[in-house]
Design a protein around this ligand. Structure first.
Ligand code: SAH
Length: 244
């Protein structure tokens, strides 16, 4: 009898300790990630010339480590692309910030993203603007992204599984469009779904190794084109791979 009592007391004494240690470990991990994230924003984002406060605030807030697989989580706040499964990558944080800043968002916009991937870029946009629509051509990534955005409480972001080449006509027109996969030309449906005065940013290039980040502004029906910088993105697939 007394032996059982001792065993029960032993178990009771240890369960809370274990639980407590798991919780405190998670909390200290989170604090460490927060410290690393702030450092990343100061060093790699603001430190490299991004000045838009909305962008800096969103990059400080969104926990990139929740968007990458556990195997690469430790590297979440180094300024590099990381694998997200299915041969795809989450972009380097600086490029996410640069592309977002170039859209010159002020808060009330409706934005379309092509290439949801992990949904990190979509979350950054959802922190800044009123509505985000994002399209992903790989079903498993689209489903995981939708779950992630829901779990994180982004009610203003909607994911569609499909080919982003055609945009999302029923949800348009859009104040801004961002394409996060490499294209060899700008899909005409996206230009059509861009509002007058709207901005579209897209990596354009004919090789899989190098593209030019290109900003297009729709002015009185014409397109003003500006080259921003050299970038490397995974290719846009689907309709993009057929001839123009
Ligand atoms: N913005 C993402 C990273 C983009 S990686 C993030 O924040 O994580 C590029 C993504 O574009 C990949 O997930 C790829 O599957 C997707 N993609 C490629 N071609 C596409 C197309 N035609 N339509 C929609 N998504 C596409």
């Amino acid at each position: 009898m007394s032996r059982y009592l001792i065993i029960i007391l032993f178990i009771l004494a240890f369960i809370p300790n274990t639980t407590f240690s798991v919780i405190s470990h998670a909390a200290s991990d989170d604090a460490d990630f927060t410290r690393q994230r702030n450092l990343m924003v100061e060093r790699d984002i603001a430190g490299r010339g991004i000045t838009d406060n909305r962008v800096l605030k969103a990059m400080k807030k969104v926990k990139r480590h929740l968007f990458v697989p556990p195997s690469v989580r430790r590297a979440s706040y180094s300024d590099h692309p990381l694998p997200i499964g299915e041969g795809q990558t989450i972009s380097q944080p600086y490029i996410v910030a640069l592309m977002t800043e170039e859209l010159k968002l002020s808060g009330g916009e409706r934005v379309l993203e092509i290439g949801t991937g992990s949904a990190y870029q979509a979350a950054i946009l959802a922190e800044i603007v009123a509505d985000v629509r994002t399209i992903e051509i790989r079903k498993r990534l689209a489903e995981a992204a939708e779950r992630r955005l829901n779990d994180l409480g982004y009610k203003n972001a909607k994911v569609k599984y499909g080919d982003g080449y055609y945009g999302w006509e029923e949800e348009g027109p859009f104040d801004a469009i961002m394409v996060t996969a490499a294209a060899n030309h700008i899909p005409p449906p996206l230009i059509k779904q861009l509002k007058e005065g709207g901005r579209l940013i897209i990596p354009v290039g004919s090789t899989t190794y190098y593209q030019t980040l290109t900003l297009v502004t729709k002015v009185k029906g014409n397109l003003e084109v500006k080259h921003i910088s050299g970038v490397v993105f995974v290719p846009m697939v689907g309709r993009m791979l057929e001839s123009k």
